[in-house]
Design a protein around this ligand. Sequence first.
Ligand SMILES: *Cc1c(COP(=O)(O)O)cnc(C)c1O
Length: 384
Amino acid sequence: MNEQWDNFANEIKGLYKKDFVPLHEPTFNELEIDYVTDCVKSGWVSSVGKYVDRFEQELAEFTGVKRAVAVVNGTAALQVALKVAGVQAGDEVFMPSLTFIATANAASYLQAIPHFVDVGEETLGLDPIKLEEHIQQIGEIRNGKLVNKETGRIISAVVPMHTFGHPVDLDPLVELCERYNLTLVEDAAESLGSYYKGKHTGSFGLVSALSFNGNKIMTTGGGGAILTNDDNLADYAKHITTTAKVPHKWAYKHDEIGYNYRMPNLNAALGCAQLEKMPLFIEQKRRLTKIYEALVNNVDGVSLFKEPVHTKGNYWLQTLVLEEQHHRDTVLDFLNNHGVMSRPIWTPLHKLASYKTMPKGNLDYMTSLENRIINIPSTPLKAK
Ligand SMILES: *Cc1c(COP(=O)(O)O)cnc(C)c1O
């Protein structure tokens, strides 16, 4: 490794004033302490309480959807989103191979089958053109439903994931879903605070999922939410994430096999405080991007991934794209050994033992990307 990388690592440590810079840390102050303390003092720390209602309402306002349902984590949110969107056992569901394993697991929990498709260069997310080419090869409309000719199974939904907070090209994807009778369910776990043509990600799908895990742009400790503009689907999501209990003064009556997926009030209290700071987090993240842009300019053969046209991203994780002269693992070794925590992208899902026999399209771009991408420290940078 050369002097350019040395300087790059030193600049990052200088920026954060640390000898070891983590990839992403949550940031808290008095506001979180106040809300969480208030919650504890109230005694309502568990499954009911005012913070859950307030968090759901404020989340819906922030994302511009009609309803939000808070749950225990993003994976559960995605599972329930797919379920209320009508995905059935035995259906195939299109999704990128470049995503966190939760996207595929959520479908698997419903006995649905992940069907992997390639991502695009501009967005690092599902590419509507490649998806359509693939559908034309393997798909056929039977009785108004898209069927995979090779497996005979119905393909019922598409789950785009907004990689590192960068929105996929949603307009053509929405249009494609209409043409092929596919339900759009967005995995917006990484894209709270990201917009496509001025509209918040997660407001395009029939139902969408968010995550508030500790490493996301904002956190509730652990948590997630289901977003939708459909009141009936929101009510149903709330019902089945709260054990499908029929409201009654004292009787325990449950009208189906529901889940205990509700978000505890304590977590929602943390979430209310964090959500108030989202505009600040986004501003800080975008400022960091500007700084990294200048730093990356001083290293040959590397670029910083920038938001696609028509989008305003939250820049959740900052992303380096390496040219061929750089060996990914050598760069990872160097940065991690020099106090700058860096990570490769996820192992493509179609290469994992649990998912390698699943149906898939051509994944050439995904495969070429795998060894060229690195995430670098992305904690919101405080103003000087
Ligand atoms: C974080 C994340 C999830 C959900 O994660 P949880 O840890 O269950 O909250 C789902 N999909 C993607 C792409 C994610 O990054």
